[in-house]
Ligand binder design. Sequence first.
Ligand SMILES: [Zn+2]
Length: 420
Amino acid sequence: MGNNDIYEKVKERLIRYAKIDTQSQPYSGHWPTTEKQKDLAIVLKKELIDIGVSNVYLDETNYVVYGRIPSNINDGNAKAVGFVAHMDTAPDASGTDVKPWVLENYDGKDIVLNEKEHIVMKAADYTNLENYIGQDLILTDGTTLLGGDDKASIAAIMTMAEYLCDNSDIRHGEIALAFTPDEEVGGLAKDLDLNRFGAKCAYTLDGDHLGWYENETFYASEAVFEFTGRSVHTGTAKDIMINAVDIAAEFIGMLPKKERPQNTDGREGFYHVISCNGDCEYSKVRLIIRDFDFDTFKKRESFLKECAEKIGSGYGHDRVKLTINHQYSNMKEILKDVPYMTAILKDAIKKAGVRPVCEPFRGGTDGAALSFRGLPCPNLSAGYENAHGRFEYVPIQSMVKNVEILLNIVNAYANLKYTN
Ligand SMILES: [Zn+2]
């Protein structure tokens, strides 16, 4: 398989996967959150078997697909390495009836996605387009997302696996593969069975911009405030009524305005109110807290407790209920002990002729949760652009580069001996 073959393979794969609706759905009441994610899982299982991957397994309950490529190094001591990508697409835009198409040799101008409905991606609005002049883009018809997030990664991983199975002269240690559901709704790869997976270290593939990689995420928790009011007729409410909506508004007013997502970037953390609803009798405010620094993160949680205390002392403590749920932690805490993992990743990107860019990731990855479960997982970008929306696209050349980067990682691990 030469570069041309790799190009054709990743292109064909992403187009085929994109057409399968795998949208996940928050608060669906069951897990995995949608049954249709299994449609892609079944396709991937068959494909892994067809290309000669071993130990292929589809967990019928949790929709996780596994596979392994056994080591072909005779002394058998190379370190095993894994790759993980997610199958679901974001609930933010429709994933039904996706019609991917290819624009070859992009000329830098506006792109008509849908002539009939006059949907145009303007080069002036989406300035990332100028980075891909001369390349071939996989696009949508402007009515759905593409799902390159994260199917561009699945296409790259699958093509890397096929390349290794077809070229037994390439030395490699054991390779573990997994495709997981529900990343977009906070699944955190929780049903990935680490024993079945096999490798003790892995890379997640997700995120935009070719060549970007992450070894740091937020610390994250969700807080829910519940306020109980006292509803009476408004005509006779004086000194009796307690309006739970007013209390909610009062609480939201206590949050520092500068520390909202729209006012922060870089290493700054924030509070973000996700939802607020209720009536005079009862109201509920749901918010998330994010920070890179553990101490500051903990201070944010304490601040919310102080807010609850303050409101409680005004209205009565039984009228305020605060629940804080931890979501995930900054994976740097784990990855700092395995610095070679990030070094190999950076080197693999460079060797593919791509400029590596590492920035603290202002979000979470499944790898953050996996790292704390004992599977350290830096993240390599998938190479998609404008994810979660109708203007999403994937340059085919970015997927080709990612296959090369994956093969470089595999090569580095082939020469790495077990140290633990
Ligand atoms: Zn993703």
